[in-house]
Every structure is written in C-alpha cells, then in structure tokens.
Write a protein that binds this ligand. Sequence first.
Ligand code: BYC
Ligand code: FE
Ligand code: FE
Length: 470
Amino acid sequence: MSSIDYQERIPNNVDLSSDRRLQRALEAWQPRYLDWWMEMGPDGWMENEVYLRTAVSVDRDGWARFGYVRMPEYRWGIFLADPEPDRRIGFGDHYGKPAWQQVPGEYRHDLRRIIVTQADTEPASVEQQRLLGSTAPSLYDLRNLFQVNVEEGRHLWAMVYLLHTYFGKEGRAEADELLERRSGNPDRPRILTTFNDPVQNWLDFFMYTMFTDRDGKFQLLALAESGFDPLARTCRFMLTEEAHHMFVGQTGVGRVVQRTCEVMQEHPDADPREFGAIDLPTIQKYLNQWASSSTDLFGAEVSSNAANFFAEGLKGRAWEERYEDHVAAEGTISIEEPDGDRLVEREVPLRNAMNEVLRSEYLADNQKGVDYWNKILRKHGIDFELRLPHRRFHRSIGLYAGRFFDPEGHPVDEATWRRRQYEWLPSEEDREYVSSLMRPVYEPGRFAGWIAPPAKGINGKPLDFEYVLV
Ligand code: BYC
Ligand code: FE
Ligand code: FE
C-alpha cells in the first residue's frame, strides 16, 4: 500500500523526491498553478476556512481526512491508485501484452492529445463556477461547491504530473498552456464545447455536476482501462473523487424538485414561481440544456480518432471486463444517420463507433438519475415526469449537429425549432427568473426557499454545522 507523503511540498505517493528534475519542474509549475487559482478560483473566498476532505491514502475506504482549510492552502497532490502486479493491456491490437510503464513512441502524439483534453476540462470547470460562491443557497452547498472546485484542481495536477513525467519539453509546454486558456474566452477558449458554456446560477451548477461531471466519470472509466499504466492508475483514483461531484448534482437537483413539489402541494392551483420555487417546466429546460451539451462531449458518432485510440490500447470502453470481445476488430453497430429529412440506419464498424458506445453507457447512467428525481415527484403525488432528452436533441457535434430535433428525437424543420426552442430550452426570461432567486443564505442550518435541505450533512456533521466560516 502506498501512503501519501505530506512532508513534501507536493504531497504524492509516486516517490517524487527520487526524481529531482521532475520534482523541480513540478515545483516550478506549482506557484503558477496557485496564481491561476487565485485569479480564476472561487471569487472572494480565499481567506475563509472551509470544511474540506483531503486524500490521505488511495485505499478504497478511509482515504479522506476532513478539516478546516483555507482553499489556497489545500494540499493538492499526486495520487495514483496502487499498481496491479503484471497488469496487461485489456483491449485493442495489443490485447494481452504487458501494460506500458512508458509512453510507446508511436502513440506519443495521440496519448498527449487525450491527456491534454482531459486536463483542460478540470481548470475550465473551476473557471465556470468561480462566481457561484456569492449566491449559495446554504453553507452546506457552498462547502460542496468548494470541495468540487479543489478536487477539479487536483485533477489538473493529476494530468500535469503525466505531462511533466512522460512528455518532456512538450509536456511542460502543454502544462503551462493549461493555465493560460480560459473558459469562454473567444481568443483562447477551453478545448471542448461545454467547458466554455456559462454556469450562471446554482441550477446550472447542479445540472452541470449531474451531467457534465458524469461525462468525466465515463471518460475516466474509459481511460482507467488504458494500456498506458500511469494514466490508468491516475484515472482510477480520480474516479473515487468524481463520485462525490455527481452526488452533489443528483441530490442538488433532487432537492430543487422536492421543494417545488412541496410548494405545489401547498398551493395546488398556483404557479410555483409565485412562491419562490422553480416550476417543473423550467427544471426540465435546464435538464435539456445540460444533458444535451454534455452528450456532445463524447465526440462524433463515427470517429477515426476513437477507432485509433481503441486500436492503440490508449482508450478503452467503460468496464471493459464486461465485454467478451476485447479486440473489437469485427462487428458493427447500427447508427441512425440523417439523410435529407429522414433517418436511415447505417452499419458502422464497432471501433469507429466507440464514442457512441461510451455515450450509450453515459445516457443509461443519466437515466438512473432522472428516475431518482421522478421518484420524488411520485412520492409527492405530482403528475409530472422529467425526461432525459433524446441523444439527437440540440447537438452541436457529430451527425446530428446543424439539424433540428425535438426532445423525443424526431426531426423538425428549422422554422419549428425557432418557434418552439424556448419550450425546450431556458429562455432569457426563465434565466432571469432563476437568477432572481439566487440570494446567498449563509446562516448555519438555513436554506434558500427554492431548495429543500439535504437528508443529512457531510461526514456525519449536522445540517447546522458551520461548513464554511463566513
Ligand atoms: N467540443 O473524431 P471526434 C471531465 C472535435 S469531462 C469540441 O469525435 P474524438 C470533467 C475533436 O476534438 C471528461 N470539439 O473526436 C467534467 C476532433 O477535432 P479535430 C473530459 C470536439 O477525439 C466536469 C473533431 O471534433 N475527458 O473530466 O474521437 C468537470 C472530430 O471529433 C468535441 C475527455 O474528453 C466537443 N465536444 O472525440 C470537470 C477524454 N467533440 O481532430 C471535469 C479525452 C469532438 O478535428 N478526450 N470534438 O481537431 C477524448 O477522448 C476525445 O477528445 C473526445 C472527442 C471524446 C472528447
Ligand atoms: Fe475532474
Ligand atoms: Fe468532477
């Protein structure tokens, strides 16, 4: 079992001190990271003590220690899951050969690209969320936001460690650029679509941690299978952190739904907005927006990149062990391709459809979260069902981009889309309404009127615990 060395400037379980050059390079990156954090991290909260968890071991249980920390003093570090003895490559053309401990030369470019793309999302999310601290619905939620933010910062460290250790000068240059791009900046944007979308309010945030962080879960599951062992081990530990982010999203939206149900029960004939709750159609529109945007993050349905990544043994499928054929050199998947205003079935070689395979797993997982929200609706006797939009709805990447589909996935013409889009996506007015509710509630144990309290506190603490010292 590898324990984490907190005596070092950069906490780690990779024996960093045995490689002086690497250690010095990362120690030179560290102050730049901190500058970025001070500039782009949670705005206005750098002096406050926050009740955060910090990794103390990479064991499945008991890896976290809880305590008050000022965010700039959070111990960001490098933690890899323990190595598996004699690990083999689990898929693709090199199936069954020993996993790589060094970067295979011919795949250097592809591997770097995957790692940089993964890395870029982590600081992007912190940037997107940086203003939310001024309007949190409770100290409990404020603390959860900051927990997510510091862990996304740590995920950046996880990827920068790989870039510095295995990609030489180019890797160091990439690590610097990760601190230079900015979410939503037209001149130097973040790499992937969703990571440039504004996260304006807490409903956006909960939908984001539900749907966008869940893309993270599935991409990390696919990379946890990588034949490049350091990447696989890094991702395996990141996944344990990721679970909390999706908990924040799923229960966050669930609590919004619950509060709306309570208001609807009390005032069955009124618009919930009159009583400061978020009406269910508006929740559905936010769901549609973030689910569709995050569905784009899996890339094109038919992708030679995806085929190469799989063939090369760099990026597998989520839970590769559940499949029988790990080579996937044969076989096809049927995809519905737009042809004029119709959809036609097309058979695509399985390897070229790996983005779509992962997207399907993702959508099934999303559905479970939506089912959980619908249970809350049913429990309150409310006759309304939240629905996951069809994978074709509102896409800007892949086969369905530039075309128009309703939330059920039926093709519609552009005029219909223009006329109806704000039945399906938040309008300016919806956004203004939700924004109008965003008032900070920072008394311990109190919650804003548009969201129900959670079932329990963090780490066994009561709901009125001071999760952030204001
Ligand atoms: N936006 O062949 P395709 C997380 C580009 S989230 C913009 O399908 P590929 C987190 C694509 O780059 C997890 N561009 O591409 C969550 C390509 O460009 P070029 C992040 C896009 O490579 C919350 C072209 O379109 N991790 O951790 O098969 C908070 C052709 O597309 C997009 C990863 O993504 C897009 N959405 O698929 C914090 C894992 N989609 O070559 C953190 C690593 C595609 O024409 N990334 N393009 O210039 C990958 O595996 C792949 O890059 C992708 C794209 C699956 C994203
Ligand atoms: Fe992350
Ligand atoms: Fe996350």
